[in-house]
Design a protein around this ligand. Structure first.
Ligand code: NAP
Length: 256
């Protein structure tokens, strides 16, 4: 019960890493508010958590909608007393190189992956100022190293990495007990990765998988639970001396 009595909000929790993180948090005693743009998927996740004996509530939230952030957090505070943990997880992947990326796609990627993290962090600080909390921003290995076919994604995830440090320094300087860290998953089998894979031909997929697996020192892709466990550590008081840090969970991919 490493998160006993903590109230956690996880965005993009209708699938993949957000879903796994919500379920892991609930197993450790947190009450999780799971949000997603997709109402059906986030309701399913909340129902499954409750059926397993956990505590969960679902809300529909488009993380790019600024007007929703403050009312959502105010509602959580009014219902549950406080917010202890925010995981800014919602994200989208765009697999185009710099030459093939349209400005519209670039902007959408920054809105969902970058601006939402700023708005969520700002809103969470406002409600965590008095009692403290942990904000976890999901970046990526693509926020640490370049990938030719991820121009907009690289930019967004690199921004999340360095923004996290800025916000962490601000909170420390202001004397708030709010820790803010980034998580950098490597290649994890989720619907996002499946979406990328389904857009490739059989030959392209084979080449991609050979290249990806070949470049992972541990020789295998990760599981959503690997990332959920990293988030659990950052959400818990076990990481009380960490802020502005980068938790890389990538099977060694970014070592070389
Ligand atoms: P996923 O399975 O596609 O889950 C992302 C969730 O976010 C989906 O439920 C999606 O809903 C939702 N979402 C998309 N746009 C949203 C919006 N505007 N507002 C609220 N929710 C929105 O992807 P994932 O692999 O779990 O990725 C989660 C995070 O980890 C992302 O930030 C991603 O960049 C990062 N990451 C993933 C990997 C990996 O290998 N999987 C590696 C590094 C980093 P819909 O499905 O309805 O669009």
């Amino acid at each position: 019960m490493r998160l006993q009595d903590k109230i956690a909000l996880i965005t993009g929790a209708g699938s993949g890493l957000g879903e796994a993180t919500a379920k892991r948090f609930a197993q450790e005693g947190a009450l999780v508010v799971v949000t997603d743009i997709n109402a059906g998927s986030v309701e399913r996740v909340a129902t499954e958590i409750v059926a397993a004996g956990g505590r969960a509530e679902s809300r529909v939230q488009d993380v790019t909608d600024e007007a929703l952030w403050n009312p959502l957090l105010a509602d959580i505070v009014s219902s549950h007393g406080q917010l202890d943990v925010l995981v800014n997880n919602a994200g989208i992947a765009l697999t185009t190189n710099v030459e093939d990326t349209t400005l519209a796609d670039w902007r959408t990627t920054q809105e969902v992956n970058g601006e939402s993290v700023f708005m969520g962090t700002r809103a969470a600080i406002a409600v965590m100022r008095e009692h403290g909390g942990s904000i976890i921003n999901i970046s990526s290995i693509e926020g640490l190293v370049g990938e030719p076919n991820a121009a907009a994604y690289n930019y967004s995830k690199g921004g999340v990495r360095i923004f996290t440090k800025s916000a962490a320094l601000h909170c420390a300087a202001a004397g708030y007990s709010i820790r803010i860290n980034s998580v950098h998953p490597g290649f994890i089998a989720t619907p996002m990765l499946e979406g990328i894979q389904s857009s490739l031909s059989k030959e392209q997929l084979k080449n991609m998988m050979e290249r990806v697996i070949g470049e992972i020192p541990m020789g295998t892709m990760g599981e959503a639970l690997d990332i959920a466990n990293g988030c659990l550590f950052l959400a818990s008081d076990e990481s009380k001396y960490m802020t502005g840090s980068e938790l890389v969970i990538d099977g060694g991919y970014t070592c070389h």
